[in-house]
Design a protein. Structure first.
Lengths: 436, 448
């Protein structure tokens, strides 16, 4: 299928602009459906926090849904929903995004809402709102992490893989004490430092007239003043001193292994090979890790291998839930057999084709969801400087060879660079009866 | 240039309509119906075969049988091994998922349009010629037993399972975990799987749904050829689902010592999916706990900060599926949350919703319709609902009109008929002692 003509994205109608205040604007008109995705990326994430004040970027994201000078406290969602739209935001290590997908005749509403919170947030900020959202976020952390079996596994892996003061060390949601301690002053400073037009990219994708859209963007965002250039972060590149092995007791019955390495970032030349490498190894029932460990040897209940692309680098991980009859040590040894093999001998052509075809299928599937496409455009614009690079994604994946997989695997899967966290049943606080 | 007035939101432009895409509904064979939706410009193609073999048929001693059958279906056919099936699917970049819901056992394939012929052949092979190899049955059994073990530690799962058991009975359809119990899954034999397959999967009453870039004529003909051996006759009858009779509010606590939060469920049995009040219930649930600005979310999250979120839903099932409010929250807030939920249910029965709330909600539900139809798989999901719940073919053509037609009276009438705060089940999973305290003396608000 590698030479198939259907393996390309539709031609990308993409226009780029920059307003005088520094806001970058990407317009991707596509009339297929009567929808418009309004998607705003700010170049700030948990990476911009400091130890002791973790979770601020995410808490701040919550505050952006609490109204601004011209939008009531619950007005953001209320306005979007009465229009038949959906809205949300998310915080990640390197960026924070805010988005609405609206019926296309309501596109201007999205611009009104986003420009109001970009330009007029602080007049609407109150202690009461902050208090409330601090509490919501603390509940969010409990729901997603502290009250979930294995909830702290990935968090601990990142702590080990990125020793302090590396800014990928702490979790995006932050530590509980830090969330509890966030002050109004912290939030205001954060806004003034990072939430300026010059630190953001606005993408519109979907059913709109680009000239009219640009006019509207200019009307709503043009008058906003740019702020000072945000401080650059110095990344202290402290290497992992692997191999690290750590056990983490938790309320679980089955052990789970989190094995991690650092890989190349999303904008790196080697990213596509890294992505295919991990998909090849652990995605699907015909992948070597699943077939050998879950199916043949029956030592793992489930296994996955993936690469999490960040701006500075990526986290490459193998995560396996261990069968009761086996142990994390046994699975760890078995995983390493595969990691070594793929760094020693060229992979099977059929394995590479499977990984590539699966990746391209999801790429095409994601492309037709407007909110995902707008996100992808912003990601390419922010990390690679050029959203047009998305047009070459299929070609870049097709260019990955068995040799580049071999080379990439050899570079990433090194024992000196590895960290492993095994989540194990916590026997210490177990009463003998009733406890699941 | 005039100064921009930001104090009021901009209004809408001219709307552009998106009708639900046309599709062909034709019976291919006496026992096999088809829904085929040709869609231009969609990236992927979806095939879904829905068979009557859902978990509602699980016999009391063999709970988990339908799910087990689904788990073995792609583990070997007369022609191919488990590995060959996975390699073929994944080699095409396609994804295969076989699962047993309550109402049906379904096989779903999603891939590139050019691979439609290959995907259809694979589908036919899986459902017409599975071989249930002994060794694979044992492998799947091992994985399912381990999965049961894993789920025992998931608080949300514990809450939902206990809630279902309280509402329908622990060994009854809708009441047991679909994965089954350790005991039953250990006992299920190959013969049981084969029997379930012949009675309920390769069975009359099946439907094949396809959506994406396809030629309906060509596909229809090909389905007729590939599935020509599909049995005809009478489709199996649904089992009768009888919720546990209750006339008072009841509470159940599952102890998780030291848990930092509590998982809470409040609800009771509701009407089947094809009940005429369904449209009013969609509006009602959206107001109560469906959308972000729902009454419950605004009260418990945005006003009180007790939770990250709270949701309500009427599950869509062929039988009387549950109505449930779910949240995960600080244990110290459980009493307040449970009382708030019961009070809001009562309020919906006693007071009509405001005209503004009704109009906002209707605008939301109507406006968001195109957003839910972006990909071929989205359209396939709608067609699968028409087939599973026996809805009229124009269900989605008239959906927005029906929402538009709902009045404040309709919502209140539906609340009176389908909400039962005085005999709801409350399930809390968290530290027992404080939870007993939180739930002590809790009662449904009395009607005036």
């Amino acid at each position: 299928m590698s030479s198939d003509a259907s393996i390309s994205l539709p031609p990308l109608d993409l226009r780029e602009h920059r307003l005088d205040n520094g806001l970058r604007v990407l317009l991707n008109p596509d009339p297929r459906l009567p929808l418009v995705a309004v998607n705003l990326w700010y170049h700030v994430g948990s990476k911009n926090e400091e130890p002791g004040k973790t979770g601020l970027a995410h808490l701040f994201e919550h505050m952006l849904f609490q109204g601004s000078q011209h939008v009531d406290t619950n007005g953001h969602f209320a306005w979007v929903q009465q229009a038949g739209g959906v809205a949300n935001g998310s915080t990640w290590y390197d960026r924070t995004n805010y988005y609405e997908t609206l019926p296309s005749h309501w596109a201007e509403l999205g611009l009104w809402l986003e420009s109001d919170r970009m330009g007029f947030l602080l007049p609407a900020l109150t202690d009461e709102k902050l208090e409330n959202q601090r509490s919501v976020v603390m509940n969010e952390r409990k729901e997603r992490i502290d009250n979930q079996p294995y909830g702290r596994g990935f968090e601990r892996l990142h702590e080990l893989l990125y020793p302090e003061p590396h800014p990928y060390h702490w979790p995006v949601i932050g530590y509980m004490d830090d969330i509890a301690g966030a002050t109004r002053e912290d939030v205001e400073t954060f806004f003034r430092t990072y939430y300026a037009p010059g630190n953001a990219i606005l993408t519109l994708a979907g059913d709109f007239d680009p000239d009219r859209a640009l006019e509207l963007v200019e009307r709503y965002f043009g008058p906003l003043e740019n702020g000072p250039e945000p401080p650059r972060i110095e990344i202290a590149d402290i290497p992992v001193e692997g191999p690290i092995w750590e056990e983490q007791p938790d309320t679980v019955d089955l052990e789970r292994l989190y094995l991690g390495f650092r890989g190349p970032g999303w904008a790196d030349e080697a990213w596509h090979a890294t992505d295919l490498l991990t998909t090849l190894l652990g995605s699907g029932k015909s992948s070597p890790l699943f077939h050998d460990l879950v199916y043949e040897r029956e030592i793992a209940q489930s296994i996955g291998c993936w690469s999490l692309p960040l701006e500075e680098c990526s986290t490459v991980a193998v995560v396996a839930t261990i069968r009761s009859e086996s142990s994390a040590e046994e699975v760890y040894e078995a995983v390493w057999e595969h990691l070594e093999r793929i760094g020693d001998e060229p992979c099977e052509a059929s394995d590479l084709e499977r990984a590539r075809n699966g990746t391209l299928t999801s790429l095409f599937g994601g492309w037709e969801q407007l909110d995902q496409r707008a996100d992808a455009l912003n990601q390419a614009a922010l990390y690679r400087g050029d959203p047009h690079t998305l047009e070459q994604e299929p070609t870049r994946y097709l260019a990955v060879t068995a040799e580049s997989i071999l080379e990439t695997a050899g570079r990433i899967f090194r024992s000196e660079g590895e960290a492993a966290v095994t989540v194990v049943p916590d026997d210490s606080d177990r009463t003998d009866e009733g406890a699941p | 240039m005039t100064v921009l007035d930001r104090s009021r939101p901009p209004g809408p432009d001219q709307p552009r309509d998106l009708p639900f895409p046309p599709f062909e509904h034709r019976r291919a064979l006496p026992g096999l119906d088809t829904f085929l939706a040709p869609l231009e410009d969609t990236a992927l193609i979806t095939l879904r075969l829905l068979t009557p073999g859902g978990a509602h048929h699980d016999p009391p001693g063999l709970l988990g049988l339908a799910g087990f059958t689904a788990g073995v279906l792609d583990q070997g056919t007369e022609e191919s091994s488990a590995f060959e099936i996975a390699s073929r699917t994944e080699g095409l970049g396609a994804s295969l998922s076989i699962s047993a819901g309550w109402d049906s056992l379904s096989v779903e394939l999603e891939g590139l349009p050019k691979d439609l012929p290959a995907l259809l052949e694979l589908l036919a092979e899986l459902v017409l010629r599975p071989s249930f190899p002994e060794a694979e049955v044992e492998r799947v059994r091992g994985r399912r037993l381990t999965e049961i073990l894993r789920r025992r530690t998931l608080p949300g799962n514990l809450a939902s399972e206990r809630f279902a058991a309280e509402v329908y009975g622990a060994d009854r359809p809708y009441g047991h975990p679909r994965i089954g119990t350790e005991e039953a899954v250990s006992r299920i034999g190959r013969d049981d799987l084969v029997e379930h397959y012949h009675r309920f999967v390769r069975s009359p009453g099946a439907t094949l749904v396809a959506a994406g870039r396809l030629d309906p004529e060509e596909l229809f003909e090909r389905i007729g050829e590939l599935f020509r051996d599909w049995p005809g006759g009478q489709a199996p009858t649904d089992p009768t689902i009888l919720p546990v009779p209750r006339d008072t509010l009841s509470t159940a606590v599952v102890d998780r010592p030291g848990a930092p939060q509590t998982e809470l469920r409040v609800g009771h049995a509701g009407p089947p999916r094809n009940h005429p009040d369904r449209t009013a219930l969609v509006v009602l649930s959206s107001i109560l706990g469906g959308k972000f600005t729902s009454r419950l979310n605004l009260e418990l999250r945005e006003r009180r900060g007790l939770t990250y979120g709270i949701r309500s839903r009427f599950a869509g099932r062929r039988g009387p599926g549950p109505f449930v409010v779910s949240t995960s929250l600080a244990t110290a807030g459980v009493g307040t949350a449970a009382e708030t939920v019961l009070r809001e249910l009562r309020t919906l029965q006693e007071e009509p919703v405001s005209e503004e709330e009704l109009q906002d909600t209707k605008r939301y539900l109507i406006g968001v319709f195109p957003y839910t139809l972006q990909a071929a798989d989205d359209v396939a999901r709608c067609l699968a609902r028409i087939a599973t719940y026996g809805l009229p073919d124009d269900h989605y053509d008239t959906y927005r009109e029906r929402i538009e037609g709902i009045t404040r009276d309709d919502v209140q009438r539906a609340a009176r008929r389908h909400l039962h705060p005085d005999r709801a089940v409350i399930v809390a999973v968290g530290p027992e002692e404080p939870l007993d305290e939180e739930l002590r003396g809790i009662s449904a608000p009395v009607p005036p």
